[in-house]
Design a protein around this ligand. Structure first.
Ligand code: NAP
Length: 266
């Protein structure tokens, strides 16, 4: 088989925020499934670590760019087209945490959250969708905070809720062309984004005590779901938001410990 024929066969996934946490996990998982990966982030050292983790230089390219820059979508998509001539999957994952409640959110912070987690995925999806062929898919990483309001969610909840609606629009608009779009909504997942919060034992405890499957999320929980949604087995799943949180969002669960705590007993 010629190199050209091989490059026509390989599926290509763009993963944003691939320099860390969930995005890094998705990129390596999809590479293990045989895909070529275009991983993006701002930190060049961490992008080099991704290239090393994937290990096969024929199947990985990285783009160090601030996703909110005007030229970012074009640069990212062109990288995939120049290397492999196609894009099969877009994983809109990059995000930022530590929001404040509505009344404490200034305009700069509002624009920042909406810019990274709503405007940038919108612009990247717009850039990529015209190159996608039937069988392609876009997956947006949202959050349990796009399903429930989320205490202190503020601009983060607003951005993620918008991303959920964008998911449904893309699913409706491009489904007839064989292009699916779904969202994956993680619960609290152990990554650098929440590392500081997880140092607080009360934060850890309250999240596990209210989760009927009582643990925190792991990167692989999310990466596996993303990989499934990219697979043939998910070819009739379109316009959904899959919540991966052990039941935190859909139940009002309290563990025995919580049920027996003073404030419930009194
Ligand atoms: P993380 O480890 O902090 O990674 C965030 C990624 O986003 C990094 O790769 C970062 O790249 C990239 N990024 C942030 N701002 C960027 C910008 N302006 N331009 C380019 N890249 C940018 O976070 P994570 O926990 O894996 O989060 C991944 C996604 O999951 C986010 O959308 C987050 O909202 C969502 N999520 C996470 C949790 C959780 O508990 N961890 C829960 C619900 C939803 P650089 O640092 O290289 O710039």
């Amino acid at each position: 088989m010629t190199a050209d024929a091989r490059s026509e066969m390989v599926q290509v996934a763009i993963v944003t925020g691939a320099s860390s946490g969930i995005g890094f996990g998705c990129a390596t998982k999809l590479a293990e499934a045989g895909m070529a990966i275009v991983g993006t982030g701002r930190d060049e050292d961490r992008l080099s670590a991704l290239e090393k983790a994937i290990g096969d230089h024929d199947r990985v390219a990285t783009v160090a760019v601030d996703l909110t820059a005007d030229e970012a979508p074009q640069r990212i998509v062109q990288t995939a087209l120049d290397r492999w001539g196609r894009v099969d999957f877009l994983i809109n994952n990059a995000g930022v945490g530590s929001p404040k409640p509505l009344h404490e959110t200034d305009d700069e912070s509002l624009d920042y959250f909406l810019g990274v987690m709503l405007r940038a995925p919108f612009r990247l999806a717009r850039e990529v969708v015209v190159h996608m062929k039937p069988g392609s898919a876009i997956i947006n990483i949202t959050s349990t905070f796009s399903v429930v309001g989320g205490l202190r969610g503020g601009a983060y909840s607003a951005a993620k809720g918008g991303l959920t609606s964008l998911t449904r629009h893309i699913a409706c608009q491009y489904g007839p062309q064989g292009i699916r779009c779904n969202a994956v909504a993680p619960g609290v997942t152990v990554t650098p984004m929440v590392a500081t919060r997880l140092e607080d034992s009360r934060f850890r405890k309250i999240n596990t005590e209210m989760t009927p499957y009582p643990r925190l999320g792991e990167v692989n929980d999310i990466a596996s779901t993303v990989a499934f949604l990219c697979s043939e087995g998910a070819s009739f799943i379109n316009g959904q938001e899959i919540v991966v949180d052990g039941g935190w969002t859909s139940t009002k669960y309290l563990s025995d410990f919580a049920l027996n705590s003073d404030w419930v007993q009194s």
